[in-house]
Design a protein around this ligand. Structure first.
Ligand code: ZN
Length: 254
C-alpha cells in the first residue's frame, strides 16, 4: 500500500478510536510500518478525533524523525520494540479504553475463558507491570509478553494491540474492550461460568485452523499468562475477591 493510502488509513483509524471512546483528549497513538522499513506514526499532543493525514510523522527504527512537520509521539519506543520483536507485525494501536483500562488499573489480566470468540481471537490478555510512559521502563515491562500475545494490558495505563494490518490491530482493541465490559457485567451479576478445559482445548485447535498457525503459535500457552478455565477457577481468586466472598457469606449467615 502506498504511503499516501497508509496516511489516510491511520487518520481513519484514529478518528474511529476517538469516536468509539477508546481515548480522551490527546491520549493514545497509532503507527504502521512502511515498505522502506521506516514507521509512520501520530504526532505528540494530538487529539485523535481531529488528526489530519498531514500531521503524521515518519521515523526510522531508532526513533529519529525522517520527515514531517510535527514531533513524533513519546510512546514510539514501545511501538518500535514491538516491530523489532515481531517482524510480521505491520501496525500498532495504543489507547486507553475505559473498561479494559479499569482492569489494568485494578491489577487484573483478562485471562478468564468466559467467551468462546475471545479465546479464539485473542487468548489470554496479560497484564504487564507498570512502567513510566515514554521511558525505557515501560518498554522493558512489555518485552516478556510481546512474542506470545497480540494484545497487552499495561498496568495503571491502558492497552496496546498489534497486527498484520491496521484493521487487525484496531479489531483486537475492539475485542479487548468489549470483553472487558462483558467481564465487568459478569462481576455485577455475581457469577462467572468459565469454559471447561476441554472446550478451551477445542477452541485452540480451531484457532490453529482458522488463522493457519503452527502448533506453537496456536497454543499460546504462555506460562506468564495462563488461561483460567473451569478447573482453575477456584484457585484463581485474588485476595480481594476472597475477602469479598467471605464477607458475602458471613452477611448471609447473619
Ligand atoms: Zn498511553
Amino acid at each position: 500500500m502506498s504511503e499516501e493510502k497508509l496516511r489516510q488509513e491511520i487518520t481513519d483509524i484514529c478518528h474511529l478510536v476517538y469516536r468509539k471512546g477508546y481515548v480522551a483528549s490527546t491520549d493514545g497513538n497509532v503507527s504502521v510500518r512502511l515498505y522502506d522499513g521506516n514507521v509512520m506514526c501520530t504526532p505528540t499532543r494530538c487529539n485523535k478525533g481531529f488528526v489530519k493525514p498531514s500531521d503524521l510523522v515518519v521515523i526510522d527504527m531508532h526513533g529519529n524523525k525522517v520527515r514531517g512537520e510535527r514531533k513524533q509521539s513519546s510512546e514510539m519506543a514501545m511501538h518500535l520494540q514491538i516491530y523489532r520483536m515481531r517482524p510480521e507485525i505491520q501496525a500498532v494501536v495504543h489507547a486507553h479504553p475505559a473498561a479494559a483500562t479499569a482492569f489494568a488499573a485494578a491489577g487484573l489480566p483478562l485471562n478468564k475463558a468466559l467467551i468462546s470468540e475471545v479465546v479464539l481471537a485473542v487468548g489470554c490478555i496479560p497484564l504487564a507491570q507498570y512502567g513510566t510512559p515514554g521511558t525505557p521502563e515501560l518498554t522493558e515491562e512489555l518485552r516478556p509478553y510481546i512474542s506470545g500475545h497480540d494484545a497487552l494490558l499495561m498496568s495503571n495505563h491502558g492497552v496496546v494491540t498489534y497486527g498484520k494490518t491496521l484493521e487487525d490491530a484496531f479489531n483486537l482493541m475492539d475485542t479487548v474492550e468489549h470483553f472487558a465490559k462483558i467481564s465487568i457485567y459478569t462481576k455485577i451479576l455475581g457469577r462467572e461460568r468459565l469454559l471447561s478445559p476441554d472446550d478451551v482445548e477445542k477452541l485452540w485447535v480451531q484457532r490453529q485452523k482458522y488463522f493457519g498457525l503452527d502448533e506453537s503459535e496456536a497454543q499460546r500457552k504462555d506460562p506468564l499468562c495462563p488461561m483460567t478455565d473451569g478447573v482453575s477457577e477456584t484457585i484463581s481468586l485474588t485476595r480481594g475477591e476472597l475477602i469479598d466472598l467471605i464477607e458475602r457469606v458471613v452477611s448471609n449467615i447473619k
